[in-house]
Design a binder for this molecule. Structure first.
Ligand SMILES: [Zn+2]
Length: 565
């Protein structure tokens, strides 16, 4: 053999080693989320990216250092993307009092009572997740179904307590918390908020919407007592706990629906220290002045190997349906003459829109009621008109829960993303028709079929910690519109297909963040974020979907979670 040929050959084998995959998954049932790919059983991964997909013949690409994993015929799909959640809130809910799923108000009192001995003198206690409409029975003493503070004040006379409603749009405070916040019978409702008072004019402890902010300054004072380092460490702990919970359920990317300017730098520090275990896509939620103060650093796209993207602003136009905060075109069916709350006036909202448009940032406005949705669509339409050539803004409406039938086609027409949470539909099912009446609920509530059919792009998620982070319960809600506990079905004509439900947690959420080129499907060149489940989510019996367990989560080409059998 000539020297030249030997050199060429050894060069080739070096090249092959350099090109050989780090990891090959084979013998799987792969849902790629790309419609053209059928009968894919194997995925080769290199340097955190997908190198090749195909049949098990891909195994021939293996080099001396390739790790091989036999999937044993299991289902495999792109890593899930949570389309709207609150990472810190999730961490908080996992580390503090969690009242999601309690059956009576007495359960909440017992949880507080059990926690008191572990608290320091005067230490604040916060919890969240209670929802009076989901209890087996209402407390004897209640105002419009809401509990009152008396019992909590009795079990916690010295520690201030704030228990947030599952919707995040109301809270219950005990007497100590109200005393520290200087709230009494003379305190007036702030604009866009309501203090529920009893027949004698005394606060019952319930604060709706903007009235919750009456506690902000006393909470701020409390947190000012800690130094920056302690505060950062507490935040980091919450993020860590939340990220672990995500990986366990197959979530590899997370749209964080509202992070303050000061906490954006926490995320950046965490990314710099390799502390982000999930890819974060962040909406900034702060005053316009604060956002403007960092405007020369925006947007941040694909920071630290695509672990951090900050390219959107979050705002709210109304509240939640459960707490009568959703802003409606016509009054609530079960609250005469009341049409809900507009929590940010349209002029101020327009200022956010002007800023977002000028900086090429996405705007994501929370809108639940049909009036709220209509006003946001009107605003988006008027802003987009300034640059008719650009039709790809991907501004979003977060929740889009109740939309007037005539506004449904406007989502598709304007390219506005309906960022919905399928699990909210079944979770809220017991009270939606009460609030809206049957006709409104049927035509426009959680109307994802009508939205999709009229050309809208959807995103899906859980709004965790408003709901559990579990994506499979949400996917089940998307395809069945049935509650898991009692099978109650909510207007089944609006179901998604099985494939749509999987796309709604992968490629569609990637699209909703301008990231469909790098994630959301299993395609050569994309990030190697992949999960393996114990259930074939495309073909299994639908009742099996919510019990699905993740066997393995791969992120950036590395195994980051594995179920230990
Ligand atoms: Zn949210």
């Amino acid at each position: 053999m000539s020297k030249v040929l030997i050199t060429i050959l050894s060069f080739c084998s070096l090249f092959l080693i350099a090109q050989s995959p780090d990891l090959i998954l084979y013998n799987g049932k792969v849902f790629t989320a790309e419609s053209a790919d059928k009968n894919i059983t194997a995925i080769a991964i290199q340097n955190g990216k997908i190198l090749r997909i195909g049949s098990d013949t891909i195994l021939k690409l293996q080099g001396p250092k390739s790790k091989l994993i036999d999937l044993g015929g299991k289902f495999c799909m792109p890593g899930l993307i949570e389309g709207h959640g609150h990472m810190e809130g999730l961490g908080e809910s996992l580390t503090s009092i969690n009242l999601l799923g309690i059956k009576t108000w007495q359960d909440a009192i017992s949880s507080v009572n059990a926690k008191i001995p572990s608290l320091g003198t005067g230490e604040w206690l916060e919890g969240r997740g209670w929802h009076q409409e989901k209890w087996d029975k209402l407390p004897e003493l209640n105002y419009g179904g809401y509990p009152v503070h008396n019992e909590i004040s009795k079990v916690s006379p010295n520690n201030p307590v704030l228990l947030y409603h599952a919707s995040g749009h109301a809270l219950l405070a005990n007497a100590k918390a109200m005393e520290l916040a200087k709230i009494d019978r003379k305190t007036q409702d702030p604009p866009g908020g309501k203090i529920i008072k009893d027949q004698n004019g005394e606060p019952t402890g319930i604060f709706e919407e903007n009235a919750m902010e009456l506690f902000s300054s006393v909470l701020l004072k409390e947190s000012a007592k800690q130094n920056d380092d302690t505060r950062y460490k507490m935040w980091q702990k919450r993020i860590e706990v939340a990220q672990d919970a995500c990986l366990k359920t197959g979530i590899t990317s997370f749209h964080d629906a509202g992070v303050s300017v000061s906490k954006l730098s926490n995320y950046k520090t965490l990314a710099d220290n390799d502390g982000l275990k999930i890819r974060m896509w962040v909406m900034i939620y702060d005053t316009l002045n604060k956002i403007r103060s960092i405007s020369n650093r925006l947007p941040i796209i694909g920071y630290h190997e695509n672990f951090l993207t900050i390219r959107a602003i979050k705002q709210y136009i109304d509240g939640a349906l459960g707490s009568y905060g959703a802003w409606l075109l016509k009054p609530y069916t079960d609250k005469a003459g009341f049409k809900g709350q507009n929590v940010l006036n349209l002029y101020s909202l327009k200022e956010f829109a002007d800023f977002a448009f000028s900086k090429n940032l996405q705007l994501c406005v929370h809108a639940i009621g049909d009036k709220g949705n209509q006003e946001v669509l009107n605003l988006y339409e008027s802003v987009f008109r300034r640059d008719p050539k650009n039709t790809d803004h991907r501004w979003r409406i977060e929740h889009a829960q109740h939309v007037s039938t005539k506004d449904i086609p406007r989502f598709g027409k304007l390219g506005v993303i309906a960022s919905m949470q399928a699990i909210h539909c079944t979770s809220d099912a017991p009270f939606v028709a009460k609030r809206l009446g049957d006709a409104r609920a049927k035509s426009g509530s959680y109307a994802w079929r009508s939205l999709l059919d009229s050309g809208a792009k959807l995103a899906n998620g859980t709004d965790t910690p408003v709901e559990k982070i579990n994506p499979f319960e949400c996917i089940y809600a998307a395809v069945t519109r049935k509650r898991i506990d009692n099978g109650m079905e909510f207007y089944s004509e609006q179901k998604m297909t099985r494939e749509e439900s999987l796309l709604s947690y992968t490629l569609w959420n990637a699209y909703a963040g301008f990231e469909e080129d790098i994630k959301g499907s299993i395609k050569p060149g994309k990030l190697a974020d992949i999960i393996v489940t114990d259930t074939d989510l495309l073909n299994c019996d639908e009742e099996k979907i919510p019990q699905t367990k993740v066997l393995m989560t791969i992120l950036d080409g590395k195994i980051v979670y594995q179920q230990n059998n």
